[in-house]
Design a protein around this ligand. Structure first.
Ligand code: S3P
Length: 172
């Protein structure tokens, strides 16, 4: 199942809760590459959770770190990469993801994401009174940016995780 020689990085983009880490981790196991999650790499470097960093420093310093990490990881060793849901806000990230990796948008409706994340306390952008409305806004803003960052869009609504992994592995 090792990917063809031309592919050295697979990167997932999509809304929080679209399955980037779950699908990414299983795909990595299948193709024998390391799995890296940009949020986890950032947390390890700053010694704070993303949530704490957002609270202390705000969003832009986080986006700067995120951009540096994406630049670095997409030009480093082969890996499967899960990116934060807001990574595509920066044009440089959209370009790096599309040019340097086999980038995949895991497409989920805001309603599906809401069902998956309802009880999750660790998503700073969803700590608001109406998270579903917030997700609909994020979707409207970001769906075109996710599409711009990739060549492949995969629907996450119906298929099981193993079915998604199988589908993606067969395209590499
Ligand atoms: C964010 C998504 C999070 C994390 C940060 C900001 C966003 O990543 O990067 O909280 O702007 O959508 P996940 O998509 O992995 O939850």
């Amino acid at each position: 199942d090792a990917p063809s020689n031309s592919v050295a990085h697979v990167a997932f983009v999509g809304l929080p809760g679209s399955g980037k880490s779950t699908v990414g981790r299983q795909l990595a196991r299948r193709v024998g590459w390391p799995f890296l999650d940009t949020d986890q790499v950032i947390e390890k470097r700053i010694g704070l959770s993303i949530r704490e960093f957002f609270e202390r420093e705000g969003e832009e310093p986080f986006r700067d770190l995120e951009q540096a990490v994406i630049d670095e990881l997409t030009s480093g060793e082969p890996c499967v990469l899960s990116t934060g849901g807001g990574a595509v806000l920066r044009p440089a990230n959209r370009e790096h993801l599309k040019q340097r990796s086999h980038a995949i948008y895991l497409h989920s409706s805001p309603e599906d994401v809401f069902r998956r994340l309802r009880h999750d306390q660790n998503r700073p952008l969803l700590q608001v009174t109406d998270p579903l409305a917030r997700l609909r806004d994020l979707y409207a803003l970001r769906d075109p940016l996710y599409r711009e960052s990739v060549r492949f869009v995969v629907e996450t609504g119906r298929p099981s995780v193993p079915a998604l992994v199988h589908l993606i592995a067969s395209q590499l």
